[in-house]
Design a protein. Structure first.
Length: 169
């Protein structure tokens, strides 16, 4: 789960090691892609170029609240057109957000970093992918041609780890 039943990421799901890993990954990305309800709320956030998925625009539009952001309606316009509008034609795109956003790109990820906090339970929470909890996140990633790499421990005390799931060659 990404959030609790109120669609809020509770404090018990926040770990310093995971936050540091996430922040570093976003700092390396050329473009951040997320849903309109997602945000990182970090010191570097205003400096990051981003595409925000929304149905509140017809196709693509600049975000009036953020000069580094492009609003994109994926139902009407291809992702590549949104990237061109954002001024990005190559590089790393970091996809963050909820199950709908993650689900749209399942067949396009080169790598998906799956963090797990095994001692946190969020009954009725927001799942990470469409199809969870009927299937595990790992089963869904594997079904889309991704294979697990070596997990990296982010928080020893709480056993929080991140595993890279890479596209098969």
């Amino acid at each position: 789960m990404l959030a609790d039943a109120r669609n809020v990421m509770p404090d018990e799901l926040k770990f310093e090691g995971d936050k540091a890993f996430f922040t570093a990954a976003l700092d390396r990305a050329d473009l951040i892609l997320h849903g309109r309800n997602s945000y990182e709320d970090q010191p570097n956030s205003p400096r990051r170029k981003r595409i925000i998925l929304t149905r509140h625009v017809d196709t693509i539009a600049p975000d009036p609240a953020n000069p580094k952001a492009t609003l994109w309606n994926p139902a009407c316009t291809p992702f590549e057109a949104a990237c061109r509008h954002a001024g990005v034609d190559s590089g790393t795109v970091a996809v963050i957000g909820g199950p709908g956003v993650f689900g749209m790109f399942m067949d396009r990820y080169d790598v998906f970093w799956l963090s797990l906090a095994p001692h946190v339970r969020l009954p009725g929470g927001e799942p990470c992918f469409p199809g969870v909890p009927a299937r595990s996140p790992q089963d869904i990633l594997a079904a889309h041609g991704l294979r697990a790499g070596e997990p990296q421990m982010l928080d020893v005390a709480d056993e929080v780890a991140v595993t890279p799931w890479r596209r098969s060659a």
